[in-house]
Design a protein around this ligand. Sequence first.
Ligand code: ADP
Length: 526
Amino acid sequence: MVAGAGAFLRGQGSLQHDLVIGLIALILLLTVFYVDAFTKIEGAIAVLYVIALLLLSEVVTRRALMAMAILCAALAIFAFLFSHGIDPGIQPTLRLTVSLAALAITTALLLRNDTFRSELLASNAALRESEGRYRSIFDNTKVALWEHDYSRVRSHLMELKLQGVTDLRVHVRSNPGAATQCMDMISTVAANEAAYELLGPHAGDGGPGTLRRYVASDDETFIDLMQAILDGAEHFEGKGTVTTDGGEKRLVLLSIGLPDDASTFNRVVVGMIDITQREMTQKALNEAQAELTRAARAATVGALSASLAHELNQPLGAIGVNAQTLLRWLDRDPPDLAAVRKSAERIIRDGQRASDIIQNTRSMLTQNTNESEWIDLYALIDETTRLMEHDLQRDAVVVDIHRNTRIPSVKTVRIELQQVLINLMTNAVQAMSSVDAAPRTIVIDVAPRTDEIVSIVVRDNGPGIAADARDKVFAPFYTTKASGMGMGLSICRSTLEARGGKLEGYNHPEGGAVFEITLPLEDLHE
Ligand code: ADP
Protein backbone atom coordinates (compact mmCIF):
# COMPACT_ATOMS: atom_id res chain seq x y z
CA MET A 1 0.00 0.00 0.00
CA VAL A 2 2.86 2.26 0.90
CA ALA A 3 4.42 1.48 -2.46
CA GLY A 4 1.12 2.43 -4.16
CA ALA A 5 1.00 5.72 -2.26
CA GLY A 6 4.53 6.42 -3.50
CA ALA A 7 3.21 7.00 -7.04
CA PHE A 8 1.19 10.03 -5.84
CA LEU A 9 3.84 11.52 -3.61
CA ARG A 10 6.41 14.10 -4.68
CA GLY A 11 9.06 12.28 -2.71
CA GLN A 12 10.80 15.48 -1.63
CA GLY A 13 10.47 14.85 2.11
CA SER A 14 10.73 11.56 3.98
CA LEU A 15 8.01 9.00 3.18
CA GLN A 16 6.93 8.90 6.80
CA HIS A 17 6.44 12.68 6.88
CA ASP A 18 4.46 12.56 3.62
CA LEU A 19 2.23 9.79 4.89
CA VAL A 20 1.49 11.64 8.14
CA ILE A 21 0.53 14.81 6.20
CA GLY A 22 -1.59 12.69 3.83
CA LEU A 23 -3.36 11.05 6.77
CA ILE A 24 -4.10 14.36 8.48
CA ALA A 25 -5.46 15.72 5.19
CA LEU A 26 -7.64 12.61 4.79
CA ILE A 27 -9.02 12.89 8.32
CA LEU A 28 -9.70 16.58 7.70
CA LEU A 29 -11.42 15.77 4.41
CA LEU A 30 -13.66 13.11 6.00
CA THR A 31 -14.45 15.40 8.94
CA VAL A 32 -15.46 18.23 6.61
CA PHE A 33 -17.60 15.80 4.61
CA TYR A 34 -19.26 14.46 7.76
CA VAL A 35 -20.05 17.93 9.09
CA ASP A 36 -21.24 19.08 5.68
CA ALA A 37 -23.46 16.08 4.97
CA PHE A 38 -24.74 14.91 8.36
CA THR A 39 -25.00 17.99 10.60
CA LYS A 40 -27.40 20.88 10.42
CA ILE A 41 -24.68 23.57 10.56
CA GLU A 42 -25.55 26.25 8.07
CA GLY A 43 -22.53 27.71 6.20
CA ALA A 44 -20.10 27.06 3.37
CA ILE A 45 -18.52 24.13 5.24
CA ALA A 46 -17.18 22.72 1.96
CA VAL A 47 -14.77 25.68 1.76
CA LEU A 48 -12.76 23.90 4.49
CA TYR A 49 -11.76 21.27 1.90
CA VAL A 50 -9.30 23.97 0.82
CA ILE A 51 -7.26 23.31 3.99
CA ALA A 52 -6.96 19.63 3.07
CA LEU A 53 -5.84 20.61 -0.44
CA LEU A 54 -3.28 23.08 0.94
CA LEU A 55 -1.86 20.36 3.17
CA LEU A 56 -1.80 17.81 0.37
CA SER A 57 -0.16 20.23 -2.11
CA GLU A 58 3.03 19.97 -0.05
CA VAL A 59 3.32 16.22 -0.47
CA VAL A 60 1.38 14.97 -3.53
CA THR A 61 2.01 15.29 -7.27
CA ARG A 62 0.08 17.67 -9.55
CA ARG A 63 -2.13 14.89 -10.84
CA ALA A 64 -2.92 13.64 -7.35
CA LEU A 65 -3.73 17.21 -6.28
CA MET A 66 -6.14 17.66 -9.22
CA ALA A 67 -7.76 14.28 -8.43
CA MET A 68 -8.16 15.34 -4.79
CA ALA A 69 -9.66 18.68 -5.87
CA ILE A 70 -12.22 16.82 -8.05
CA LEU A 71 -12.94 14.44 -5.14
CA CYS A 72 -13.51 17.41 -2.80
CA ALA A 73 -15.87 19.02 -5.32
CA ALA A 74 -17.75 15.70 -5.76
CA LEU A 75 -18.07 15.27 -1.96
CA ALA A 76 -19.33 18.85 -1.61
CA ILE A 77 -21.99 18.27 -4.33
CA PHE A 78 -22.91 14.89 -2.81
CA ALA A 79 -23.32 16.42 0.69
CA PHE A 80 -25.33 19.25 -0.82
CA LEU A 81 -27.74 16.86 -2.56
CA PHE A 82 -27.85 14.58 0.48
CA SER A 83 -28.77 17.46 2.84
CA HIS A 84 -31.02 19.52 0.63
CA GLY A 85 -32.56 17.09 -1.87
CA ILE A 86 -33.62 18.23 -5.32
CA ASP A 87 -35.08 21.55 -4.14
CA PRO A 88 -32.28 23.08 -2.06
CA GLY A 89 -33.31 26.75 -2.08
CA ILE A 90 -31.20 29.77 -2.99
CA GLN A 91 -29.04 30.09 0.20
CA PRO A 92 -27.55 26.55 0.16
CA THR A 93 -26.97 26.75 -3.64
CA LEU A 94 -25.04 30.00 -3.17
CA ARG A 95 -22.98 28.40 -0.39
CA LEU A 96 -22.17 25.44 -2.63
CA THR A 97 -21.18 27.79 -5.46
CA VAL A 98 -18.84 29.72 -3.10
CA SER A 99 -17.27 26.46 -1.90
CA LEU A 100 -16.75 25.13 -5.42
CA ALA A 101 -15.29 28.48 -6.55
CA ALA A 102 -12.94 28.46 -3.55
CA LEU A 103 -11.84 24.92 -4.41
CA ALA A 104 -11.29 25.81 -8.10
CA ILE A 105 -9.32 29.00 -7.33
CA THR A 106 -7.22 27.29 -4.66
CA THR A 107 -6.44 24.38 -6.98
CA ALA A 108 -5.47 26.76 -9.80
CA LEU A 109 -3.23 28.77 -7.45
CA LEU A 110 -1.65 25.65 -6.03
CA LEU A 111 -0.95 24.31 -9.52
CA ARG A 112 0.59 27.61 -10.60
CA ASN A 113 2.67 27.66 -7.46
CA ASP A 114 3.79 24.14 -8.28
CA THR A 115 4.86 25.23 -11.80
CA PHE A 116 6.89 28.09 -10.32
CA ARG A 117 8.45 25.76 -7.82
CA SER A 118 9.42 23.24 -10.54
CA GLU A 119 10.96 26.04 -12.61
CA LEU A 120 12.84 27.32 -9.59
CA LEU A 121 14.11 23.83 -8.83
CA ALA A 122 15.22 23.37 -12.46
CA SER A 123 17.04 26.68 -12.55
CA ASN A 124 18.63 25.92 -9.17
CA ALA A 125 19.79 22.58 -10.54
CA ALA A 126 21.22 24.31 -13.64
CA LEU A 127 22.94 26.86 -11.42
CA ARG A 128 24.37 24.10 -9.26
CA GLU A 129 25.57 22.28 -12.38
CA SER A 130 27.22 25.39 -13.78
CA GLU A 131 28.77 26.16 -10.39
CA GLY A 132 30.02 22.58 -10.33
CA ARG A 133 31.50 22.98 -13.81
CA TYR A 134 33.15 26.24 -12.82
CA ARG A 135 34.51 24.61 -9.66
CA SER A 136 35.86 21.71 -11.65
CA ILE A 137 37.62 24.09 -14.08
CA PHE A 138 38.78 26.22 -11.17
CA ASP A 139 40.16 23.24 -9.28
CA ASN A 140 41.66 21.27 -12.14
CA THR A 141 43.21 23.86 -14.46
CA LYS A 142 46.99 24.09 -14.54
CA VAL A 143 46.77 27.88 -14.32
CA ALA A 144 47.00 29.08 -10.75
CA LEU A 145 43.69 30.76 -9.92
CA TRP A 146 43.44 32.95 -6.87
CA GLU A 147 40.06 34.36 -6.01
CA HIS A 148 40.05 37.66 -4.16
CA ASP A 149 37.52 40.01 -2.69
CA TYR A 150 38.30 43.42 -4.19
CA SER A 151 35.06 45.12 -3.17
CA ARG A 152 36.56 47.14 -0.29
CA VAL A 153 39.61 48.21 -2.21
CA ARG A 154 37.43 49.20 -5.17
CA SER A 155 35.26 51.44 -2.96
CA HIS A 156 38.42 52.96 -1.50
CA LEU A 157 39.83 53.61 -4.97
CA MET A 158 36.58 55.18 -6.10
CA GLU A 159 36.75 57.51 -3.10
CA LEU A 160 40.31 58.46 -4.06
CA LYS A 161 39.08 59.13 -7.58
CA LEU A 162 36.41 61.45 -6.23
CA GLN A 163 39.14 63.27 -4.30
CA GLY A 164 40.90 63.88 -7.60
CA VAL A 165 43.51 61.09 -7.60
CA THR A 166 44.16 59.98 -11.21
CA ASP A 167 47.72 58.63 -11.12
CA LEU A 168 48.23 56.05 -8.38
CA ARG A 169 52.00 55.87 -8.81
CA VAL A 170 52.22 59.59 -8.05
CA HIS A 171 49.76 59.16 -5.17
CA VAL A 172 51.78 56.26 -3.70
CA ARG A 173 55.00 58.29 -3.96
CA SER A 174 53.54 61.08 -1.87
CA ASN A 175 51.65 58.68 0.47
CA PRO A 176 54.07 55.84 1.23
CA GLY A 177 51.52 53.72 3.15
CA ALA A 178 48.86 53.89 0.41
CA ALA A 179 49.81 50.63 -1.34
CA THR A 180 49.86 48.64 1.91
CA GLN A 181 46.52 50.17 2.83
CA CYS A 182 45.04 48.92 -0.46
CA MET A 183 46.61 45.50 0.02
CA ASP A 184 45.11 45.14 3.48
CA MET A 185 41.64 45.70 2.07
CA ILE A 186 41.91 42.64 -0.16
CA SER A 187 41.04 39.23 1.20
CA THR A 188 41.50 35.83 -0.37
CA VAL A 189 38.32 33.91 -1.10
CA ALA A 190 39.71 30.71 -2.61
CA ALA A 191 42.72 29.21 -4.36
CA ASN A 192 42.89 26.25 -6.70
CA GLU A 193 45.30 23.35 -6.61
CA ALA A 194 47.75 25.05 -9.00
CA ALA A 195 47.74 28.19 -6.84
CA TYR A 196 48.59 26.08 -3.78
CA GLU A 197 51.39 24.47 -5.77
CA LEU A 198 52.74 27.86 -6.79
CA LEU A 199 52.34 29.80 -3.55
CA GLY A 200 52.34 27.16 -0.83
CA PRO A 201 49.90 25.67 1.67
CA HIS A 202 48.55 29.00 2.95
CA ALA A 203 47.54 30.41 -0.43
CA GLY A 204 43.84 29.98 0.34
CA ASP A 205 43.92 31.59 3.78
CA GLY A 206 41.30 34.31 3.89
CA GLY A 207 41.23 37.45 5.93
CA PRO A 208 42.38 40.93 5.02
CA GLY A 209 46.11 41.51 4.87
CA THR A 210 47.04 37.98 3.82
CA LEU A 211 48.07 39.28 0.40
CA ARG A 212 50.98 41.10 2.02
CA ARG A 213 52.61 37.72 2.64
CA TYR A 214 52.90 37.12 -1.10
CA VAL A 215 53.23 40.54 -2.71
CA ALA A 216 55.75 43.21 -1.76
CA SER A 217 54.15 46.50 -0.73
CA ASP A 218 56.19 48.46 -3.29
CA ASP A 219 55.35 46.01 -6.12
CA GLU A 220 54.78 48.14 -9.22
CA THR A 221 52.52 45.56 -10.86
CA PHE A 222 50.19 45.74 -7.86
CA ILE A 223 50.01 49.54 -8.20
CA ASP A 224 49.29 49.08 -11.93
CA LEU A 225 46.47 46.67 -11.08
CA MET A 226 44.98 49.19 -8.64
CA GLN A 227 45.32 51.83 -11.37
CA ALA A 228 43.39 49.55 -13.76
CA ILE A 229 40.55 49.26 -11.19
CA LEU A 230 40.63 53.03 -10.68
CA ASP A 231 40.37 53.54 -14.44
CA GLY A 232 37.50 51.07 -14.73
CA ALA A 233 39.47 48.77 -17.04
CA GLU A 234 37.90 45.46 -18.08
CA HIS A 235 41.08 43.46 -18.03
CA PHE A 236 44.52 43.59 -16.49
CA GLU A 237 47.65 41.79 -17.61
CA GLY A 238 51.13 42.12 -16.23
CA LYS A 239 54.28 40.46 -15.00
CA GLY A 240 54.81 40.39 -11.26
CA THR A 241 56.87 38.81 -8.53
CA VAL A 242 55.31 36.76 -5.75
CA THR A 243 57.01 35.36 -2.68
CA THR A 244 55.89 31.83 -1.88
CA ASP A 245 55.18 30.48 1.62
CA GLY A 246 58.66 28.98 1.46
CA GLY A 247 60.18 32.44 0.84
CA GLU A 248 61.06 31.75 -2.80
CA LYS A 249 60.58 34.51 -5.37
CA ARG A 250 58.60 33.49 -8.46
CA LEU A 251 58.01 35.55 -11.57
CA VAL A 252 54.40 35.24 -12.72
CA LEU A 253 52.32 36.36 -15.66
CA LEU A 254 49.07 37.81 -14.35
CA SER A 255 45.72 37.95 -16.09
CA ILE A 256 42.69 39.37 -14.35
CA GLY A 257 39.21 39.92 -15.77
CA LEU A 258 37.74 42.89 -13.91
CA PRO A 259 33.93 42.85 -13.61
CA ASP A 260 31.71 45.61 -15.02
CA ASP A 261 29.44 45.37 -12.07
CA ALA A 262 30.69 46.82 -8.76
CA SER A 263 28.71 44.20 -6.82
CA THR A 264 30.77 41.34 -8.25
CA PHE A 265 34.14 42.72 -7.15
CA ASN A 266 33.88 40.40 -4.17
CA ARG A 267 34.96 37.45 -6.34
CA VAL A 268 37.67 38.47 -8.75
CA VAL A 269 39.77 35.64 -10.12
CA VAL A 270 43.49 36.31 -10.57
CA GLY A 271 45.07 33.94 -13.11
CA MET A 272 48.80 33.33 -12.70
CA ILE A 273 51.34 31.41 -14.77
CA ASP A 274 54.77 30.78 -13.35
CA ILE A 275 57.30 32.04 -15.90
CA THR A 276 60.39 31.94 -13.69
CA GLN A 277 61.84 28.98 -15.57
CA ARG A 278 60.96 30.48 -18.96
CA GLU A 279 62.58 33.79 -18.08
CA MET A 280 65.68 31.99 -16.84
CA THR A 281 65.83 30.00 -20.08
CA GLN A 282 65.36 33.20 -22.08
CA LYS A 283 68.15 34.85 -20.09
CA ALA A 284 70.43 31.89 -20.70
CA LEU A 285 69.50 32.03 -24.38
CA ASN A 286 70.29 35.75 -24.58
CA GLU A 287 73.62 35.17 -22.88
CA ALA A 288 74.42 32.31 -25.24
CA GLN A 289 73.48 34.53 -28.18
CA ALA A 290 75.74 37.33 -26.93
CA GLU A 291 78.52 34.79 -26.47
CA LEU A 292 77.94 33.53 -29.99
CA THR A 293 78.04 37.06 -31.38
CA ARG A 294 81.32 37.67 -29.55
CA ALA A 295 82.71 34.40 -30.93
CA ALA A 296 81.46 35.24 -34.43
CA ARG A 297 83.09 38.67 -34.19
CA ALA A 298 86.35 37.08 -33.08
CA ALA A 299 86.11 34.62 -35.97
CA THR A 300 85.44 37.49 -38.40
CA VAL A 301 88.45 39.38 -37.13
CA GLY A 302 90.50 36.19 -37.47
CA ALA A 303 89.21 35.57 -40.97
CA LEU A 304 89.85 39.18 -41.96
CA SER A 305 93.41 39.09 -40.70
CA ALA A 306 93.91 35.86 -42.61
CA SER A 307 92.35 37.51 -45.65
CA LEU A 308 94.55 40.57 -45.26
CA ALA A 309 97.67 38.44 -45.01
CA HIS A 310 96.54 36.47 -48.06
CA GLU A 311 95.68 39.50 -50.18
CA LEU A 312 98.83 41.40 -49.26
CA ASN A 313 100.99 38.46 -50.15
CA GLN A 314 100.70 39.13 -53.86
CA PRO A 315 101.58 42.89 -53.98
CA LEU A 316 104.27 42.48 -51.31
CA GLY A 317 105.81 39.61 -53.26
CA ALA A 318 105.73 41.73 -56.40
CA ILE A 319 107.31 44.66 -54.56
CA GLY A 320 110.10 42.36 -53.37
CA VAL A 321 110.74 41.01 -56.86
CA ASN A 322 110.67 44.50 -58.45
CA ALA A 323 112.99 45.87 -55.77
CA GLN A 324 115.47 43.07 -56.54
CA THR A 325 115.16 43.77 -60.27
CA LEU A 326 115.68 47.47 -59.59
CA LEU A 327 118.85 46.70 -57.65
CA ARG A 328 120.10 44.54 -60.51
CA TRP A 329 119.54 47.37 -63.01
CA LEU A 330 121.32 49.76 -60.64
CA ASP A 331 124.27 47.39 -60.22
CA ARG A 332 124.89 47.39 -63.95
CA ASP A 333 127.72 49.47 -65.21
CA PRO A 334 126.49 51.90 -66.29
CA PRO A 335 123.14 51.54 -64.44
CA ASP A 336 120.12 51.22 -66.77
CA LEU A 337 118.17 54.13 -65.40
CA ALA A 338 115.18 53.66 -67.72
CA ALA A 339 114.77 50.08 -66.43
CA VAL A 340 115.32 51.29 -62.83
CA ARG A 341 112.57 53.81 -63.32
CA LYS A 342 110.22 51.16 -64.70
CA SER A 343 110.87 48.86 -61.69
CA ALA A 344 110.41 51.80 -59.29
CA GLU A 345 107.08 52.63 -60.95
CA ARG A 346 105.98 49.01 -60.53
CA ILE A 347 106.97 49.15 -56.86
CA ILE A 348 104.90 52.32 -56.44
CA ARG A 349 101.94 50.69 -58.24
CA ASP A 350 102.10 47.54 -56.05
CA GLY A 351 102.56 49.67 -52.94
CA GLN A 352 99.42 51.57 -53.90
CA ARG A 353 97.63 48.27 -54.39
CA ALA A 354 98.65 47.03 -50.95
CA SER A 355 97.41 50.28 -49.49
CA ASP A 356 94.07 49.89 -51.34
CA ILE A 357 93.70 46.37 -49.96
CA ILE A 358 94.27 47.58 -46.42
CA GLN A 359 91.84 50.41 -46.98
CA ASN A 360 89.26 47.99 -48.34
CA THR A 361 89.65 45.60 -45.41
CA ARG A 362 89.39 48.47 -42.97
CA SER A 363 86.14 49.65 -44.49
CA MET A 364 84.84 46.10 -44.34
CA LEU A 365 85.68 46.02 -40.62
CA THR A 366 83.98 49.32 -39.96
CA GLN A 367 81.00 48.17 -42.04
CA ASN A 368 81.65 50.91 -44.55
CA THR A 369 80.81 49.89 -48.06
CA ASN A 370 83.03 51.01 -50.84
CA GLU A 371 81.54 53.13 -53.56
CA SER A 372 80.21 51.26 -56.57
CA GLU A 373 81.23 52.59 -59.93
CA TRP A 374 80.67 51.76 -63.58
CA ILE A 375 83.34 49.36 -64.65
CA ASP A 376 84.52 48.48 -68.12
CA LEU A 377 85.22 44.80 -67.57
CA TYR A 378 87.83 44.48 -70.33
CA ALA A 379 89.75 47.45 -69.03
CA LEU A 380 89.72 45.91 -65.56
CA ILE A 381 90.86 42.51 -66.86
CA ASP A 382 93.67 44.14 -68.85
CA GLU A 383 94.81 46.09 -65.83
CA THR A 384 94.70 42.97 -63.64
CA THR A 385 96.73 41.01 -66.16
CA ARG A 386 99.34 43.79 -66.09
CA LEU A 387 99.43 43.59 -62.30
CA MET A 388 99.97 39.85 -62.53
CA GLU A 389 102.66 40.29 -65.19
CA HIS A 390 105.51 39.13 -63.01
CA ASP A 391 103.81 35.88 -61.86
CA LEU A 392 102.57 35.15 -65.36
CA GLN A 393 106.00 35.62 -66.93
CA ARG A 394 107.74 33.63 -64.22
CA ASP A 395 105.52 30.59 -64.86
CA ALA A 396 105.25 31.17 -68.61
CA VAL A 397 101.49 31.56 -68.48
CA VAL A 398 99.63 33.09 -71.40
CA VAL A 399 96.39 34.99 -70.80
CA ASP A 400 93.88 34.66 -73.60
CA ILE A 401 91.04 37.16 -73.30
CA HIS A 402 87.99 36.29 -75.42
CA ARG A 403 86.52 39.61 -76.34
CA ASN A 404 82.86 39.83 -77.17
CA THR A 405 81.56 42.50 -79.47
CA ARG A 406 79.01 43.54 -76.88
CA ILE A 407 81.10 44.75 -73.97
CA PRO A 408 79.08 44.64 -70.79
CA SER A 409 79.62 47.31 -68.23
CA VAL A 410 78.80 46.55 -64.61
CA LYS A 411 78.33 48.72 -61.58
CA THR A 412 80.32 47.30 -58.69
CA VAL A 413 83.22 48.01 -56.33
CA ARG A 414 86.32 48.04 -58.49
CA ILE A 415 88.92 46.90 -55.96
CA GLU A 416 86.73 44.00 -54.85
CA LEU A 417 86.19 42.60 -58.34
CA GLN A 418 89.88 43.05 -59.14
CA GLN A 419 90.79 41.19 -55.98
CA VAL A 420 88.55 38.29 -57.03
CA LEU A 421 90.19 38.18 -60.47
CA ILE A 422 93.69 38.25 -58.98
CA ASN A 423 92.77 35.38 -56.64
CA LEU A 424 91.37 33.26 -59.45
CA MET A 425 94.33 33.97 -61.74
CA THR A 426 96.85 33.31 -58.97
CA ASN A 427 95.13 29.98 -58.22
CA ALA A 428 95.21 29.13 -61.94
CA VAL A 429 98.92 29.97 -62.17
CA GLN A 430 99.66 27.90 -59.07
CA ALA A 431 97.57 24.96 -60.30
CA MET A 432 99.34 24.97 -63.69
CA SER A 433 102.81 25.21 -62.14
CA SER A 434 102.59 21.49 -61.37
CA VAL A 435 101.91 20.73 -65.03
CA ASP A 436 104.75 20.61 -67.51
CA ALA A 437 102.62 20.63 -70.63
CA ALA A 438 102.90 23.89 -72.50
CA PRO A 439 101.43 26.30 -73.23
CA ARG A 440 100.01 27.13 -69.80
CA THR A 441 97.00 29.23 -70.64
CA ILE A 442 94.40 31.18 -68.71
CA VAL A 443 91.33 31.85 -70.82
CA ILE A 444 89.15 34.72 -69.68
CA ASP A 445 85.76 34.89 -71.30
CA VAL A 446 83.32 37.71 -70.61
CA ALA A 447 79.81 37.27 -71.92
CA PRO A 448 76.31 38.38 -71.08
CA ARG A 449 74.53 35.27 -69.76
CA THR A 450 71.02 36.71 -69.78
CA ASP A 451 69.71 40.23 -70.12
CA GLU A 452 70.43 40.77 -66.45
CA ILE A 453 73.53 38.70 -65.75
CA VAL A 454 77.08 38.84 -67.03
CA SER A 455 79.55 36.04 -66.53
CA ILE A 456 83.34 36.16 -66.33
CA VAL A 457 84.85 32.73 -66.82
CA VAL A 458 88.45 32.09 -65.74
CA ARG A 459 89.64 28.77 -67.09
CA ASP A 460 93.06 27.15 -66.88
CA ASN A 461 94.58 24.02 -68.35
CA GLY A 462 95.96 22.71 -65.06
CA PRO A 463 95.03 19.44 -63.35
CA GLY A 464 91.56 20.70 -62.43
CA ILE A 465 89.93 20.60 -59.02
CA ALA A 466 90.60 17.28 -57.26
CA ALA A 467 87.49 15.05 -57.21
CA ASP A 468 87.31 14.95 -53.41
CA ALA A 469 87.81 18.73 -53.14
CA ARG A 470 84.93 19.88 -55.34
CA ASP A 471 82.55 20.57 -52.43
CA LYS A 472 85.24 21.97 -50.17
CA VAL A 473 87.18 24.51 -52.23
CA PHE A 474 84.90 27.39 -51.12
CA ALA A 475 85.08 26.48 -47.45
CA PRO A 476 87.28 28.80 -45.37
CA PHE A 477 90.73 27.44 -44.52
CA TYR A 478 90.46 24.59 -47.03
CA THR A 479 93.72 24.29 -48.93
CA THR A 480 95.72 21.60 -50.70
CA LYS A 481 98.80 23.82 -50.88
CA ALA A 482 101.71 23.54 -48.47
CA SER A 483 101.84 27.29 -47.92
CA GLY A 484 98.18 28.02 -48.70
CA MET A 485 95.73 29.57 -46.28
CA GLY A 486 92.53 28.35 -47.89
CA MET A 487 90.87 31.76 -47.65
CA GLY A 488 91.01 32.97 -51.27
CA LEU A 489 87.94 31.29 -52.79
CA SER A 490 85.88 31.70 -49.64
CA ILE A 491 86.58 35.45 -49.60
CA CYS A 492 85.95 35.73 -53.36
CA ARG A 493 82.57 34.03 -53.03
CA SER A 494 81.38 36.10 -50.06
CA THR A 495 82.64 39.33 -51.68
CA LEU A 496 80.65 38.60 -54.84
CA GLU A 497 77.57 37.44 -52.97
CA ALA A 498 77.54 40.69 -51.01
CA ARG A 499 77.17 42.47 -54.37
CA GLY A 500 74.44 40.15 -55.63
CA GLY A 501 76.84 38.00 -57.62
CA LYS A 502 78.00 34.36 -57.48
CA LEU A 503 81.09 32.25 -57.86
CA GLU A 504 81.02 28.65 -59.06
CA GLY A 505 83.85 26.24 -59.67
CA TYR A 506 83.94 23.11 -61.80
CA ASN A 507 86.20 21.19 -64.15
CA HIS A 508 86.14 21.69 -67.89
CA PRO A 509 85.31 18.56 -69.96
CA GLU A 510 88.57 19.07 -71.86
CA GLY A 511 90.56 19.44 -68.62
CA GLY A 512 91.50 22.23 -66.28
CA ALA A 513 89.49 24.13 -63.72
CA VAL A 514 86.82 26.69 -64.50
CA PHE A 515 85.79 29.42 -62.08
CA GLU A 516 82.79 31.39 -63.18
CA ILE A 517 81.84 34.75 -61.73
CA THR A 518 78.29 35.96 -62.36
CA LEU A 519 77.32 39.53 -61.68
CA PRO A 520 74.05 41.36 -61.99
CA LEU A 521 74.19 43.59 -65.03
CA GLU A 522 73.16 47.15 -64.58
CA ASP A 523 73.70 48.32 -68.11
CA LEU A 524 74.86 47.07 -71.48
CA HIS A 525 76.94 49.22 -73.79
CA GLU A 526 77.18 48.37 -77.42
P1 ADP B 1 94.55 28.59 -51.24
O1 ADP B 1 94.89 29.12 -52.59
O2 ADP B 1 95.24 29.31 -50.13
O3 ADP B 1 94.72 27.10 -51.12
P2 ADP B 1 91.84 28.99 -52.08
O4 ADP B 1 90.62 29.16 -51.30
O5 ADP B 1 92.14 30.02 -53.08
O6 ADP B 1 93.04 28.86 -51.03
O7 ADP B 1 91.78 27.59 -52.80
C1 ADP B 1 91.35 26.46 -52.09
C2 ADP B 1 91.74 25.20 -52.83
O8 ADP B 1 91.00 25.10 -54.03
C3 ADP B 1 93.15 25.14 -53.26
O9 ADP B 1 94.03 24.74 -52.24
C4 ADP B 1 93.07 24.14 -54.41
O10 ADP B 1 93.07 22.83 -53.88
C5 ADP B 1 91.72 24.39 -55.00
N1 ADP B 1 91.83 25.22 -56.22
C6 ADP B 1 91.64 26.56 -56.30
N2 ADP B 1 91.82 26.99 -57.57
C7 ADP B 1 92.16 25.90 -58.32
C8 ADP B 1 92.44 25.68 -59.69
N3 ADP B 1 92.47 26.68 -60.58
N4 ADP B 1 92.73 24.42 -60.08
C9 ADP B 1 92.71 23.42 -59.20
N5 ADP B 1 92.43 23.54 -57.88
C10 ADP B 1 92.16 24.77 -57.46
